[in-house]
Design a protein around this ligand. Structure first.
Ligand code: ASP
Length: 314
């Protein structure tokens, strides 16, 4: 049983919770690769997804995960919902809550919005990304990918490169990899590294050579221009020259280092297309596959908990 009724962030999880999710997800990987992908477990349950920000991988994989477990999945179209007519996020959530879903999957552009919502509803809530705060299922699927490829999830050196400042993926990964006993290095221009981030137990550099040396895992991040309110980098061309991952820079990492990217990817900005497609180094497609398995495990484990009906603060 997980220690938490909701999945709001990696910060709330214990190492035991993380291990439990990854072990269960592992069993769903084989299931997903086979011909019979349905395995039940959530029959009769209702999952509602609410994405206030665009998503390709996350929303699709939550939907597939719910269906493979036998649940009814309702994807709310937030573009056409009553929010457009001025209804508040909380009122929309309370309306949906009255339809008695068992699990609510929420993405929102404001950091903290998902945990606020979790205090108002009676079902389990999963954070599918809130602002630049956390994206816990991304870090969990990254962890599963690393564990399968490296045979372990501790004692590794992981380099996270690029736009750290605007990335909830980076934050959740820093927390998870730190909890599991790995060394995390952040590489990026100083304008894209939040000041004081060293307090999270990471090393920081703006030099790809120093940051990639000895790395077992190289995780590239997108420049999140939608969250930038000014010029954080001189130009995409110059950024690629200094921080874009190409064969030359990848050669600075360990010869068996794997390359990761949460997507969506901007080829020629943070990563060279040839590296992204190199099946000997890139595990980007495997990350997507692990995403379905991890989301199945999270939905399954949260639905096993008692209803969070008590102590609701509406
Ligand atoms: N898909 C990830 C997220 O939602 C990363 C990105 O958008 O660059 O945070």
């Amino acid at each position: 049983m997980l220690t938490q009724p909701h999945l709001l962030g990696i910060s709330d999880l214990t190492g035991g919770d993380i291990g439990m999710i990854l072990d269960l997800a592992e069993s769903y990987v084989a299931q997903g690769a086979g011909r019979h992908k349905h395995c039940g477990g959530l029959e009769g349950r209702t999952i509602v997804t609410m994405f206030f920000e665009p998503s390709t991988r996350t929303q699709a994989s939550f939907e597939l995960a719910g269906q493979r477990l036998g649940a009814d999945v309702l994807n709310m179209s937030m573009q056409t919902s009553s929010l457009k007519k001025g209804e508040s996020l909380i009122d929309t959530a309370l309306t949906l809550n009255a339809m008695r879903p068992d699990l609510l999957v929420v993405r929102h552009s404001a950091s903290g919005a998902v945990s606020l919502l979790a205090q108002k509803v009676t079902c389990a809530v999963i954070n599918a990304g809130d602002g630049r705060h956390e994206h816990p299922t991304q870090a969990l699927l990254d962890a599963l990918t690393i564990r399968r490829r490296k045979g372990r999830l501790q004692g590794l050196t992981v380099a996270i490169c690029g736009d750290i400042a605007h990335s909830r993926v980076a934050r959740s990964n820093i927390l998870l990899l730190g909890k599991m006993g790995n060394r995390v290095r952040l590489i990026g221009p100083p304008t894209l590294i939040p000041s004081g981030i060293e307090r999270m137990g990471v090393e920081v550099t703006d030099d790809m050579g120093a940051g990639l040396a000895g790395a077992d895992v190289v995780m590239m991040l997108r420049l999140q221009r939608e969250r930038m309110d000014g010029g954080f980098v001189p130009s995409a061309r110059e950024y690629y020259h200094r921080f874009g991952l190409d064969a030359e820079k990848l050669a600075l990492a360990r010869s068996d280092a794997i390359v990761m990217h949460p997507g969506p990817m901007n080829r020629g900005v943070e990563i060279d297309g040839t590296i992204a497609d190199d099946i000997n180094r890139s595990v980007i497609q495997e990350q997507v596959e692990m995403g379905v398995a991890v989301r199945m495990a999270v939905l399954d484990l949260l639905s096993r908990r008692e209803e969070v009906a008590e102590g609701v603060d509406v």
